[in-house]
Design a protein around this ligand. Structure first.
Ligand SMILES: [Zn+2]
Length: 237
């Protein structure tokens, strides 16, 4: 990395513009008006009232490898044109309601209904000055940064939408998902940045091998973000 930036410092002839001197920053998928130069991911372990006994004791240690994988994968795939940093809310967030409230009638397609309800609750309790979980240092996002929320849910789900994702705690802790948990997490994070699914939601048939298609079920070490998607966020032409 050091030598890379050293190259930028080499003086170039008058009137000559180095390819390296005009690095563009990434933007939201198909929306250049929303910069992804800096992404501030705020992460929560959220637990419905009836799931208190299921809380994972060492939950911080459970989150860290998955979040660190996301940061690394993002840096490489976005060619350094978008910086992802994360902050974990320091305590378990005990939600106001029980599982039935968040899950509603159906948790099909990854529990998007739960994501919506948890998003609204966290928005009020954590990010409003008068919220019972408000913490000035945590809630702030530096000017110009893109705020993203991730909810690790003590329940079912894996879903992402503009700016927020939900993922079941089971995906992060259970041995059967150990090899693919980081890919599952980043797949949902991809939706947070606007990426569409690249598999058929009804038949599960993938139309891409990247992380938004069949790659979501492979190790993050060997998957990638497809060129078409990278074009859509301004990383490549
Ligand atoms: Zn998806």
């Amino acid at each position: 990395m050091g030598s890379y930036f050293f190259i930028l410092d080499i003086p170039i002839a008058d009137g000559v513009v180095s390819n390296y001197s005009v690095l563009e920053t990434a933007h939201f998928y198909q929306n250049p008006k929303i910069s992804l130069s800096d992404i501030a991911l705020k992460v929560f372990y959220v637990v419905p009232t009836n799931q208190k006994n299921s809380v994972v004791k060492d939950w911080r240690a459970m989150l860290k490898p998955v979040l660190d994988d996301a940061v690394r994968f993002h840096r490489v795939q976005f060619r350094g044109r978008s910086r992802l940093t994360y902050t974990v809310y320091p305590e378990v967030v005990y939600l106001n309601e029980d599982t039935n409230f968040y899950d509603g009638l159906s948790t099909n397609r990854g529990n998007p209904e739960g994501l919506k309800k948890i998003f609204e609750e966290i928005e009020h309790r954590v990010f409003k000055n008068n919220g019972d979980l408000f913490r000035a240092g945590f809630s702030e996002v530096s000017p110009g940064a893109f705020r993203a929320l991730a909810f690790v849910y003590e329940g079912v789900g894996a879903s992402g939408t503009d700016g927020a994702l939900i993922v079941s705690r089971a995906f992060l802790s259970r041995a059967e998902y150990a090899l693919i948990r980081s890919s599952l997490f980043y797949h949902e994070f991809g939706h947070v940045l606007g990426f569409p699914d690249r598999y058929d939601l009804d038949t599960n048939q993938p139309f891409s091998e990247d992380i938004m298609g069949s790659g979501r079920r492979q190790s993050i070490e060997i998957t990638y973000i497809d060129r078409d998607l990278l074009k859509g966020v301004g990383v490549i032409r």
